[in-house]
Design a protein around this ligand. Structure first.
Ligand code: CAA
Length: 268
C-alpha cells in the first residue's frame, strides 16, 4: 500500500497499520485526511475483493502520529464552510466510517492519545478500540456550537448505552482511558503506545490464524444485527450459519479438528 500525503502505511505480514500523520494539528480530519482515508480504505477493500482465497491483508490497525489519535474534525477548515459544504463534509467522512465497517477484515483503533469529536467517531467505526493509558475520549462538539457529524450521535449510545452517551454528548466531558474501558468503549488498555501497537497487532495475528471466510462472515453478521429486534437478528445469523456451510474453510476447519491437525484454511 502506498503512503498518502496525510497517512503512513506499514504492512507487516498481513497486518496493515494506517497512521494519521498530521501531528501539528493533532491529526485533525481535514478534507485531505478524509480523502486519503477514503482512498486507503478503498485500496484495502479492492485488494480483498478477489475470490481466489488470497487474503493479502488479514487485519488493519488505525492509529495517530504524536500525542493525539485524532483531535476531531478540522476546526480551522470548518470556520468558512457553508451549511451545504458542511453536509457534504459530514457525509463523506460518514461514508469512510461505513467503508471501514464493510471491510471483510477486523480493524482495531489503537488510540494513542486524544480521540475527540471526529477522532472518537473514527475509533467507534472500528471493530475494537484499544487504548494507551494516556488516551482520552469525548464528543466536545457542543462546546463549539456543533454537533457530531461522523457518527457520534448514533454509535456512542451503541457502545456505552443511552445514559452515559447523552451525558457525554450534552456536556462534552472527556473520559479517561480507564473510564472508557469501564464504560465498554475500550476493549483493552496498555501502559505505553508501543505496548498498544503490539497488543493490536497480536490480536490481529490471532485473527489471522482463523478462517478468513468465517471472520468476514461474523464481522458482517455482527454489523448487520446491531440494534435489530432479537428475532430479526437471529434470522440474519441463521443465514450466515448456512453460508458458512458453503465454504471450503468450514470443510477444512471441521476436517482438521476431527483429524487432530492444524487447519490450513483455503480462505474461501
Ligand atoms: N482542528 C484543527 N486544529 C486542531 C484541532 C482540530 N480539531 N485540535 C487541535 N488543533 C491544533 C491546534 O489549533 C494547535 O494548532 P497551533 O499549534 O497552530 O495553534 C495544535 O493542533 C495543537 O493543539 P493545542 O495547542 O490545542 O494542544 P493542547 O495539548 O493544548 O490541547 C486538545 C489538546 C485538548 C485536544 C485541544 O487541541 C482541543 O481541544 N482540540 C479540539 C478538540 C475538539 O473540539 N474536537 C472536536 C472537533 S468538532 C468535530 O469533530 C465535529 C464532528 O464530529 C465532525
Amino acid at each position: 500500500f502506498p503512503a498518502y500525503p496525510t497517512l503512513l502505511t506499514d504492512a507487516r505480514g498481513s497486518i496493515l497499520t494506517i497512521t494519521v500523520n498530521r501531528p501539528d494539528a493533532l491529526n485533525a480530519l481535514s478534507s485531505k485526511v478524509i480523502e486519503d482515508l477514503e482512498h486507503c480504505i478503498g485500496a484495502v477493500s479492492e485488494a480483498l475483493t478477489n475470490d481466489d482465497g488470497a487474503w493479502p491483508v488479514r487485519g488493519v490497525v488505525i492509529t495517530g502520529a504524536g500525542k493525539a489519535f485524532v483531535a476531531g474534525a478540522d476546526i480551522r477548515e470548518m470556520t468558512d464552510m457553508t451549511p451545504d459544504e458542511a453536509h457534504a463534509y459530514s457525509s463523506r467522512m460518514q461514508q469512510v466510517t461505513l467503508a471501514i465497517e464493510q471491510l471483510p477484515v477486523p480493524v482495531v483503533a489503537a488510540v494513542n492519545g486524544f480521540a475527540l469529536g471526529g477522532g472518537c467517531e473514527l475509533a467507534m467505526a472500528c471493530d475494537m478500540i484499544y487504548a494507551a493509558s494516556t488516551a482520552s475520549f469525548g464528543q466536545p462538539e457542543v462546546s463549539l456550537g456543533l454537533v457530531p457529524g461522523f457518527g457520534g450521535s448514533v454509535r456512542l449510545p451503541q457502545y456505552v448505552g443511552q445514559a452515559l452517551a447523552r451525558e457525554l454528548l450534552f456536556t462534552g466531558r472527556r473520559l479517561t482511558a480507564e473510564e472508557a474501558h469501564n464504560a465498554g468503549l475500550v476493549a483493552a488498555i496498555f501502559e505505553t503506545v508501543d505496548d498498544l501497537l503490539d497488543g493490536a497487532r497480536n490480536t490481529l495475528e490471532l485473527v489471522a490464524r482463523q478462517s478468513p471466510a468465517a471472520v468476514a462472515l461474523v464481522k458482517k453478521t455482527v454489523g448487520q444485527t446491531q440494534g435489530l429486534p432479537t428475532r430479526d437478528g437471529l434470522k440474519i445469523e441463521a443465514d450466515a450459519f448456512r453460508q458458512a456451510f458453503t465454504t471450503a474453510d468450514k470443510a477444512e476447519g471441521t476436517r482438521a479438528f476431527l483429524a487432530k491437525e492444524r487447519p490450513s484454511f483455503p480462505g474461501r
